[in-house]
Design a protein around this ligand. Structure first.
Ligand code: BES
Ligand code: MN
Ligand code: ZN
Length: 488
């Protein structure tokens, strides 16, 4: 999507569609569009409530061919979050009408760099359709192509915000397309190929650990999950090193890459199992974040790590009751082969500390169904061993407009992972499933500051929203970008 910044007055912009952001508590001026807006407001046809849209053709006194009215709710409650949604609503409303060019005016509350960035992110995320495999695209594949953004003065700050928003949203959509790939196409090795190609394109270093290498290192927990599949596992490493680092810190972003999760021998019910192609959304998010990080060049060293496997049943599959030794050294009793994410992440986390020298860790994983029981599909859960580090991640999430809520991590929860025959079990029983999963991971970060994001509830949108298509959301991409960008 192309953007231009201009200072043209709203009435003078020649465009197929001028997007007008409207607030529910700010009735239109009597003369706006020759009184049509006022009429619509009074009749209740369009009141400015969030997500409402309406189209007015040939608005009087304007050069635009149409006005697209987009409801934004109450003006005092309008934050970049609402702006991102409004951008998405606008993009989807335009595309539904096959309109590929539009214009908008930003001033007053909508005029800040943060608002511009949110608008761009919303427009681009809203424009995305997970239709790689559809022969006939929605509206003939006519996506929104060009948006003119008019402002009071195109300052350097506004230009920078525009570029950041574009790079961020492009990375988020890249991640969404990857998550949308089905399990038959996107095997661990194909995911590694995609990561390598992207790294080359963006100037990142890429290293792939193959199965023999992981055996040599002693990744027995990861290999135990992988052994049921005909597809060999890989571990993807993407490295970004700044030219002039602000500190000696080294941020590790780790993402769960289960390209398909059947549950293994502890097999999942068939109803809804097709969705388990998104069990690599964490891996896709860290890779997508690296794509933006390579372009935005934050002042901190970042390495992304994606352990990738397919979790399958079969004659070679891991059995319930198997005991495996982690790379870290502890033994694990695999009581449920469907709790596989924590097994592959355990080896990856330890590797990032021991072999790559990570000083700060953040992981994203579609780890537990229980997180959606706790938070529905609204918030992701955060789990950490370090209050200050967690605060930084939550702050990054807030500024990126992603909703993440912290959970308790008291030692009592570790008790639930006790095993009769090994150092720990891979499941903790009925209660607090997302917390016990996080306590399991904590055992493998070697005491380094670490935050785990359970994105199982938010990485996939069950129903299309007015501002976003059904399917992958690209959750955590924006938070990770912001975390690296804000490094002090
Ligand atoms: N990938 C799933 C978690 C998941 C569930 C993601 C639903 C998205 C939607 C994970 O590997 C898993 O199967 N977790 C189990 C853990 C249990 C066996 C302790 C779960 O949540 O049921
Ligand atoms: Mn599972
Ligand atoms: Zn899984």
């Amino acid at each position: 999507m192309e953007f231009t910044l201009t200072t043209t007055q709203s009435r003078d912009i020649e465009t197929p569609a001028f997007v007008m952001l409207c607030f529910s508590d700010e009735p239109p001026a009597a003369e706006a569009a020759g009184g049509v807006l006022k009429m619509m407001h009074e009749s209740g046809e369009f009141t400015g409530k969030a997500n409402e849209t309406a189209v007015v053709h040939r608005p009087e006194g304007m050069k635009a061919q149409r006005l697209l009215l987009v409801g934004c709710g109450e003006k005092a409650k309008f934050t970049p979050r609402e702006m991102r949604v409004a951008g998405g609503v606008a993009a989807r409303a335009l595309q539904a009408r096959s309109i590929q060019q539009a214009a908008i005016r930003l001033e007053g509350v909508t005029g800040s760099p943060a608002m511009l960035r949110a608008l761009v992110e919303g427009l681009m995320a809203g424009s995305f359709e997970p239709d790689q495999y559809k022969t006939e695209k929605k509206n003939g594949g006519k996506l929104l192509e060009r948006v003119e953004i008019s402002c009071l003065e195109p300052t350097a700050e506004l230009r920078a915000a525009l570029e950041t928003g574009q790079i961020t949203a492009e990375a988020q959509n890249w991640t969404r397309a990857l998550v949308n790939e089905p399990g038959n196409v996107l095997t661990p090795r194909v995911l590694a190929d995609r990561a390598r190609a992207m790294a080359e394109e963006c100037g990142l270093a890429c290293e792939i650990l193959d199965e023999p290498r992981m055996r040599q290192l002693g990744f027995h927990t990861l290999l135990g999950v992988a052994q049921g599949s005909a597809e060999p596992p890989v571990m993807i490493l993407l490295k970004y090193r700044p030219e002039s680092p602000a500190t000696a810190d080294h941020l590790a972003l780790v993402g769960k890459g289960v390209t398909f999760d059947t549950g293994g021998i502890s097999i999942k019910p068939s109803d809804g199992m097709e969705k388990m192609k998104y069990d690599m959304a964490g891996a896709a998010a860290v890779l997508g974040a690296m794509r933006a990080i390579a372009r935005l060049k934050p002042p901190v060293a970042v390495t992304a790590c994606a352990p990738c496997v397919e979790n399958m049943p079969g004659p070679k599959a891991q059995r319930p009751g198997d005991i495996v030794r982690t790379y870290q050294g502890k033994t694990v009793e695999v009581l449920n082969t469907d709790a596989e994410g924590r097994l592959i992440l355990a080896d990856a986390l330890t590797y990032m500390v021991r072999n790559e020298g990570a000083t700060h860790l953040a992981d994203a994983a579609t780890l537990t169904g229980a997180i959606a029981v706790a938070l529905a599909h609204v918030y992701a859960g955060a789990f950490s061993n370090d209050e200050a580090w967690q605060q930084r991640v939550l702050e990054a999430a807030r500024s990126a407009g992603e909703r993440i809520w912290p959970f308790p991590m008291d030692a009592d929860y570790r008790e639930l992972l006790k095993s009769a025959f090994a150092d720990l079990a891979n499941i903790g029983g009925r209660w607090g499933g997302s917390i016990t999963a996080a306590k399991f991971l904590e055992e493998f970060v070697e005491g380094k500051p670490w935050v785990h994001l359970d994105i199982a509830g938010v990485a996939w949108l069950e129903e299309a929203k007015p501002w976003m298509a059904k399917g992958p959301t690209g959750f955590a991409v924006r938070t990770f970008i912001e975390l690296a960008r804000g490094w002090a």
